[in-house]
Design a protein around this ligand. Structure first.
Ligand code: ATR
Length: 294
């Protein structure tokens, strides 16, 4: 039997064991996926858990909030996929040697392209957040578009992000979230607006990173038609950010459940060495949505 894990805090809400059960059935593998909460208030818990993982016969583990960046210092090797993002969400255990990968970038870009089509060089993108998920989205999008604006609550993370992703080809403008109103034109001109923050995530379901008075201004703008919205949050499936953006005439909005599935497929393939055969992603989404909604 192959065993993988999910580490983070919190992990209770995760429906990934259902996803991996389905994938293992598709691949005819005996498989189990366990959720392990590493308490964030215990500063040494992550290091200890990783040491334990090395000795156990886990094929690997997924890493979630708040450890996607911190975990990098404890691993033996960082694959290029994680180096370019600067965050690890998948670890492969190769005979006790732990190798960090990033499959979030693949998950995010697959979701964007499947739902909105290919991103064009001329597209303007606004990203909210400067954490691990933001870095994955940014790393993927910078290969297509050259005009990206990031808003984040803390300046510190924003500065690190700007430094890490600066390149001659990319026009990356970074602003504090408190300056959103001053830079409203960025939202008005955006073709694609992405939330990578945890605002609106269960149990704080009601929040949206875009305040309602700013959303009203987007609604009134005459170029709002055809705007695309993507929320990486998948619990709740229908976040406030998505609900609000759908009020904009002609807008298209997609949540994070598909990204979670795509990143999981990639992680599963890394752990098992098996190629997951084609399957109906919408059926999988419905199954996971039912589990999320209890
Ligand atoms: P992940 O790996 O999922 O990206 P993370 O690295 O912890 O998680 O990043 C969470 C993001 O959500 C950050 O951009 C964080 O902003 P800060 O850098 O200021 O912490 C953002 N975030 C979390 N709670 C927020 C809130 N209440 N308002 C605005 N942004 C918030």
């Amino acid at each position: 039997m192959k065993i993988s894990g999910l580490i983070g805090d919190p992990v209770e809400h995760s429906v990934s064991p259902i996803l991996f059960k389905e994938l293992s059935e598709l691949c005819h593998i005996e498989y189990s996926h366990v959720k392990i909460r590493i308490p964030k208030e215990n500063g040494r818990a992550l290091n200890r858990a990783i040491s334990a993982m090395r000795g156990l016969n886990f094929v690997g583990f997924n890493v979630t909030l708040p450890y996607k960046i911190e975990i990098m210092k404890y691993l033996d090797e960082i694959d290029q996929s994680a180096r370019s993002v600067g965050a690890v969400n998948t670890v492969v255990n190769k005979d006790g040697r732990l190798i960090g990968y990033n499959t979030d970038e693949y998950g995010a870009i697959s979701t964007i392209e499947q739902n909105f089509g290919k991103i064009r060089t001329s597209d303007n993108v606004v990203i909210f957040g400067a954490g691990g998920a933001s870095r994955a989205v940014l790393s993927g999008l910078q290969k297509s578009t050259k005009n990206i604006t990031v808003f984040n609550r803390s300046k510190r993370r924003l500065e690190i992000l700007q430094k890490d992703f600066s390149s001659s080809e990319l026009i990356l403008d970074c602003f504090s979230l408190s300056e959103l109103e001053q830079h409203l034109d960025r939202l008005l001109d955006a073709d694609l607006i992405i939330n990578t923050t945890s605002v609106g995530m269960h149990p704080d379901d009601g929040g949206s990173i875009i305040p309602s008075h700013i959303l009203s201004k987007i609604m009134l703008a005459n170029n709002s038609k055809g705007k695309k919205f993507f929320d990486v949050v998948f619990n709740p499936v229908d976040t406030e950010f998505l609900k609000q953006s759908r009020k904009i005439s002609g807008a298209k909005a997609v949540g994070g459940l598909q990204m979670m599935i795509y990143q999981g497929i990639k992680a599963f393939e890394l752990w098992t060495g098996k190629k997951v055969p084609d399957f109906n992603i919408h059926k999988m989404e419905i199954k996971l949505e039912r589990a999320i909604n209890g």
